[in-house]
Design a binder for this molecule. Structure first.
Ligand code: ATP
Ligand code: MG
Length: 350
């Protein structure tokens, strides 16, 4: 029952399923709880796309996470397909990245239950996302919302992922995943890889346009985010209305969260070659109106090719459904192998 002595363990026996692997494996998910936003794109999706050749990639439309808060059934189905199409339109290449729908793989829910039984409720009580999503009336929040972090741990551990590329808001959940993996390994013997969060600092936390103290979320109100499918006119209008402050200079100053956030978006969607000093110099002596106009055009230019590919991809819904079925088939053996091992370790009859 005790874990192998740390001093004797090698990289191979600590990571039983990585011994044969040449590349590290990453897993990440995104919920079909609305249309993905610039926050999702900047904090997560663009990194998934840019780093596809560095890793073994598994990406998931996490519909079971979406239903932790009320969803309209028809809308949910639509959002799941829309999200998958937008990921591919953003550059996720099905040849290099497995992309599938969470509920197509029953192993996620099954592993969640087993992990539930080794996760102390005290750990869940510390999760800040539950507190913010449950709102005032915590008793009315679903048990699923409370258990969301354990489902997320199961998503990641099922594939023995080494890394989890996410935005800053998911840091705590990945830490919990490590704790759960560690607790399981300690009690039942080495089973899971302990994954680490991969968080690229710039743009890891894009804030809401109407309130720079809250993060931008696809489930927020319409004026708070820019969705990847927003038409140019809507983008211009939302940016024009975005909160600023009563100062005049356009500089990266974290003490001025509204303008800092807009500049961060501007920087993230640029060529990557500009320094912050160059951006500040570009807008020296100019007003918010001019800066916002330039920002809006940069966003419009960034989403235009994504929107164009989205239209092409969704012309025939079968193409997308086939792609998602192939993604699930690709990852199924891995999930089955882990679940079999877990059930055996726990002592479930097989
Ligand atoms: P929801 O409101 O339904 O939780 P969301 O916008 O938070 O939606 P998720 O599906 O929860 O999106 O997260 C998908 C990915 O996007 C995660 O890696 C998350 O860390 C990242 N992400 C979400 N919001 C932001 C943001 N404002 N800035 C940077 N990254 C973000
Ligand atoms: Mg979220």
């Amino acid at each position: 029952m005790s874990a192998p002595a740390q001093s004797k363990s090698t990289a191979t026996d600590r990571q039983p399923h990585t011994a044969q692997r040449r590349r590290e494996r990453v897993f990440s998910g995104i919920a079909p709880s609305g249309t993905p936003t610039l926050g999702n794109y900047i904090g997560a999706i663009r990194h998934w796309v840019a780093e596809q050749d560095l890793y073994d990639n598994i990406f998931c439309v996490v519909d079971l996470h979406a239903i932790t808060v009320p969803q309209d059934p028809a809308e949910l189905r639509h959002n799941s397909r829309q999200l998958a199409a937008l990921l591919v339109a953003s550059g996720l290449d099905p040849e290099r990245s497995a992309l599938f729908v969470q509920s197509h793989m029953h192993e996620h829910a099954e592993l969640t239950w087993i992990l539930n039984c080794i996760t102390p409720t005290g750990w869940l009580n510390r999760m800040t996302q539950f507190k913010s999503k449950a709102g005032e009336d915590r008793d009315a929040a679903s048990a699923g919302l409370y258990d969301y972090p354990v489902l997320m741990a199961a998503d990641i551990l099922l594939y023995q992922a080494d890394g989890v590329p996410v935005g800053d808001d998911q840091r705590q959940h990945v830490e919990l995943t490590r704790d759960i993996a560690n607790a399981f390994n300690f009690r039942f013997g080495e089973t899971f890889v302990e994954p680490r969060a991969i968080i690229r600092e710039a743009g890891a936390r894009i804030m809401a346009l109407d309130d720079p103290t809250k993060k931008m979320s696809k489930s927020g109100n319409d004026g708070s985010y820019i969705a990847l499918l927003d038409p140019p006119a809507a983008i211009r209008k939302k940016i024009a209305r975005a909160t600023t402050d009563s100062e005049r200079t356009i500089v990266f100053d974290e003490r001025r969260p509204a303008i800092y956030n807009l500049l961060t978006i501007y920087e993230a969607l640029g060529s990557g070659d500009e320094t912050r000093e160059q951006i500040e110099a570009e807008f020296a002596g100019k007003g918010y109106k001019e800066f916002k106009a330039a920002l809006a055009e940069r966003i419009v230019a960034a989403v235009e090719p994504i929107q164009r590919r989205y239209v092409e991809l969704t012309a025939d819904p079968r193409t997308l459904d086939d792609l998602l079925a192939r993604g699930a088939a690709q990852v199924r053996p891995l999930a089955q192998e882990t679940l079999r091992l877990v059930k055996d370790r726990v002592g479930l009859l097989m």
